[in-house]
Design a protein around this ligand. Structure first.
Ligand code: A2P
Length: 216
């Protein structure tokens, strides 16, 4: 392994400024609290695995550690396909360390993950690598998978958040609108079955983020 290769990060992404991170964590907390109080949500609680007789409280169900971010390229220290090419690309080199504004258009929740869907600009899409998982078997546009993991259920890896988001987008693409359950302050809440909930933000949440990498 050359010295240069050894420096490939675990992943590249946009890291939320701490003020934005605090804001988003507050929004997510409020969202979960609201869900816990909704009759419609309680009706579908059996979608969530439960331990013994304890009723699930989604407020305590999801955990996350580390800085909130939107992963662009998962490099796995160079083991992931295309990691080196991505790290060396001109756009990555030029954008590294620069600030951008991330626009969040929806919050979503499944029995596995809690996430925010990110709407990328044309400029941000330049930093989005081609993603076989995103493209496989669907005609979702590049960047569809862009998200921020806000939390995972116990034993679930954060990589699941993108998988869950793609599943939601595929359902929508197949014409499933979801059942509109409630108009919340932040926007309409829809239920897609199997414990999948989507809150479309009436006003997108926008905040600053730094394009950088995580080395672990
Ligand atoms: P995400 O971007 O959905 O949050 P971990 O903590 O599991 O090792 O992952 C570190 C970060 O890299 C997380 O942000 C995670 O998911 C992302 N990630 C992990 N594995 C992959 C993968 N195979 N493809 C894309 N992103 C991944």
């Amino acid at each position: 392994v050359s010295l240069e290769d050894a420096y490939l990060p675990f992943y590249f992404g946009w890291f939320l400024r701490h003020t934005f991170q605090d804001e988003l964590e507050g929004v997510a907390k409020g969202f979960l609290k609201t869900l816990d109080s909704l009759e419609a949500f309680k009706k579908h609680l059996s979608d969530f695995p439960r331990e013994g007789e304890d009723v699930v409280k989604v407020e305590q169900y999801f955990q996350h550690t580390g800085p909130l971010h939107c992963t662009t390229k998962f490099c796995d220290y160079g083991k992931a396909a295309g990691a080196k090419e991505y790290a060396k690309s001109q756009v990555v080199q030029q954008s590294y360390g620069s600030m951008t504004e991330l626009k969040l258009q929806a919050l979503f929740l499944t029995p596995r993950t809690l996430g925010a869907r990110v709407a990328l600009t044309q400029e941000q899409l330049q930093l989005w690598p081609s993603d076989p998982k995103e493209e496989a078997g669907s005609n979702l546009p590049p960047g569809s998978r862009a998200h921020i993991t806000l939390g995972c259920a116990q034993g679930v890896e954060p990589v699941q958040t993108g998988v869950d988001l793609l599943q939601i987008l595929q359902l929508q693409q197949q014409g499933q609108e979801g059942e509109k359950v409630e108009d919340l302050e932040l926007g309409p809440l829809s239920y897609y079955g199997n414990g999948i909930w989507v809150l479309s933000l009436r006003e997108p949440i926008i905040g600053p983020a730094l394009f950088s990498s995580f080395h672990g």
